[in-house]
Write a new protein. Structure first.
Lengths: 158, 158
DNA sequence: TTCCTTGCAAACGATTTGCATTGGA
DNA sequence: TCCAATGCAAATCGTTTGCAAGGAA
């Protein structure tokens, strides 16, 4: 998906909802599109070279989340992380590195994903819940940290 | 698992690590054991009738988490939720109600769990991660909120 | 003009910490 | 005895908000 495409899809999506696609919001969408995994507000702020105050950034994120353009994740500590919604990126899951805090996206092949979906239904029904979303969060150690550790290097806390 | 058992297991676990099992820490473990799902610090504080200041409660949680007695979860917004570690409660997953914020535990039968474990390995290896933990977090609507909604009652935001 | 959006600074809520005091092995 | 644990108050951090100024339709 090219940046142009994303931009155009978001523009239409927002137009349908009478929400303006301002410069600030465009910049957020672009920054998210250039990122590989979920980003914290501070990450985005840095990535946009602080051209926009944090408070405005947060406001853009609130609007875009409300419009269903971005999704927020809270799994990792006290800081929220944001990424483009799945209708823009495709359905995927996250792996969290417990050593350096990095979060990566992973998507599954159709077979594995449908097996997972089956399990999700089982789990939810056991608790009497109806499912709206599911996300598999896997904690582990990324390859970088693993080699650093085995080399005796200090592990970076996060 | 009775409260006595938990108490005794935790006592030994902490003793092995030269960490004291003080009144405050005992109270936290007891409160967690009496709860059905992950609890926020404020929940616990209320449940313990505010006999202990919040700051001390947090300190107990930090120590217990560091010792592997308590596990913290951050999936739900800005407030952390705590529960006893899985070696005390058994492996399980969470379902989150997007309407009222409630979080319930669900455990799977051996067959389903091992199917899930297989998927987890696939996902992690795709990202070059080695797995240490996995948790399936399912977002949905609990039965209470579903019936409230269908009855036209106001949905409680959280 | 008329809203909506922005910037700035102040406010907030959850969590953490400094310091003097208390408590347990 | 003596270090670890506690209570209190103040600090911190991520995030939100009030208000006045800027911008687009």
């Amino acid at each position: 998906m090219t940046a142009q495409n994303i931009d155009e899809m978001v523009r239409r999506h927002l137009a349908d909802r009478d929400i303006r696609f301002t410069q600030g919001r465009k910049a957020v969408v672009r920054a998210l599109h250039l990122s590989s995994g979920p980003q914290s507000a501070a990450d985005l702020h840095a990535r946009m070279k602080a051209q926009v105050p944090l408070s405005s950034l947060y406001r853009s994120l609130v609007v875009l989340e409300g419009a269903g353009v971005v999704a927020a994740h809270h799994s990792q500590g006290p800081v929220a992380r944001f990424e483009l919604a799945e209708w823009l990126t495709g359905h995927h899951h996250h792996v969290l590195c417990m050593s350096c805090g990095r979060v990566d996206d992973v998507s599954l092949d159709r077979t594995t994903e449908s097996a997972l979906a089956g399990i999700v239904v089982i789990v939810a029904s056991k608790a009497g819940f109806s499912v709206s979303e599911h996300s598999l969060e896997i904690e582990g150690t990324c390859s970088v940290c693993r080699s650093e550790n085995s080399a005796g290097t200090v592990t970076q806390a996060f």
